[in-house]
Design a binder for this molecule. Structure first.
Ligand code: 2RA
Length: 340
């Protein structure tokens, strides 16, 4: 039989997406057991028209050899992930708890699947990074990355199911002339943009912005890459946009950039301004590939610089899809059998 899979945090936005992505890509698992916090009791979830039982989590319920996807808080993962690995599980963790641990691979399979090695605990990157690095890796391989500047347009789903609900309710209430709630976000998101995601750091950047810096450097294997980010929450539901400026070691025309992106796994080139086709949350949502387009020669860096825009589904490539692709990379290495 195929392997046993467990999802911890199955009732959240990422957990539900994991169920959907696994159903699409690995329909013949040995078993799939969904867990949520022990306090919630036994529940059912409906995902893609299917009723899924959700069990209260207990460590003992995970059998040795189980592939565990964790879509839980960093605090919970800090305790439970090492304990589950110790008990014989293989863990792919979506939290930030282990991303900066040099002993734990941080993986976007199109870029650094080889980093997995013999690891039994693998960290899944922050959504903004996962969506960004395939394009950066392609540019680095072709022309050498010198400096990178990123500005993000991040959807409500980054704050989970509660964030999406707050945006929906907020839009309806705003249109009805009522006060708009702000719990998942620091301010009302409806008809607003918020230039703060996560906590401010001592250097004035937010933690979200620094995640893009730290994680991109680790995944690309470029620990000194000059990169800065401005992360902004916008009132879209589930796809993050990113405006990217790169300075390169060698010249690259927009045509070469487009050809490169079109041939990069995980990216789909959408760059036909004459027919008003470019990456947008409305077209990228619910899809696996990251849309990339608006490729231009940089007005600042000239022949050695490009500007471009990309949009990726935050719950797919930004979380659940990437985690399942990590499992697929493990399966390709013969570390586990995903389906039969
Ligand atoms: C956000 N990056 O968009 C976070 C979620 N992982 O808020």
């Amino acid at each position: 039989a195929g392997i046993n899979v467990a999802i911890l945090g199955a009732t959240g936005a990422v957990g539900r997406e994991l169920i959907a992505v696994l159903a699409e890509r690995a329909p013949d698992l040995g078993s799939l057991t969904c867990f949520a916090s022990a306090g919630g009791g036994r529940r059912t979830l409906t995902v893609g028209g299917r009723e899924i039982a959700v069990e209260p989590y207990s460590r003992d319920a995970i059998r040795p050899g189980t592939l565990v996807f964790m879509a839980v808080s960093g605090d919970f993962a800090t305790v439970e992930a090492p304990a589950l690995v110790e008990a014989g599980a293989l863990v792919i963790d979506n939290s930030s708890a282990f991303r900066y641990d040099p002993a734990v691979p941080l993986v976007v399979p199109e870029v650094n699947a080889k980093a997995i090695g013999e690891a039994r605990l693998i960290a899944n990157p922050n959504c903004t990074t996962a969506i960004l690095v395939p394009a950066l890796a392609a540019l680095h391989a072709a022309c050498g990355l010198k400096r990178v500047i990123v500005s993000t347009y991040q959807a409500a789903s980054g704050a989970g199911a509660a964030g999406m609900e707050e945006l929906r309710v907020g839009v309806a209430r705003d249109l009805a002339g009522e006060s708009v709630p702000a719990e998942a976000f620091a301010h009302p998101l409806a008809f607003n943009i918020i230039p703060q995601i996560d906590a401010f750091q001592d250097n004035g950047y937010t933690r979200e912005e620094m995640k893009v810096v730290w994680e991109s450097r680790k995944i690309l294997g470029l620990p000194d890459l000059p990169l800065s980010c401005t992360a902004v929450r916008v009132p879209t539901l589930r796809a993050h946009g990113e405006a990217v400026t790169v300075e390169l070691e060698r010249p690259c025309t927009p045509e070469e950039g487009r050809r490169l992106f079109a041939g990069t796994p995980g990216l789909v080139l959408v760059d036909e301004p004459e027919s008003l086709r470019y990456p947008m949350p409305l077209t990228a949502s619910g899809k696996d590939p990251v849309e990339i387009g608006r490729v231009r020669q940089s007005l600042v860096f000239g022949a050695q610089g490009l500007d471009f825009f990309l949009v990726g589904d935050q719950l797919r490539k930004g979380a659940a899809l990437n985690a399942v692709q990590v499992a697929e990379a493990l399966a390709a290495e013969g570390t586990l059998v995903l389906s039969r």
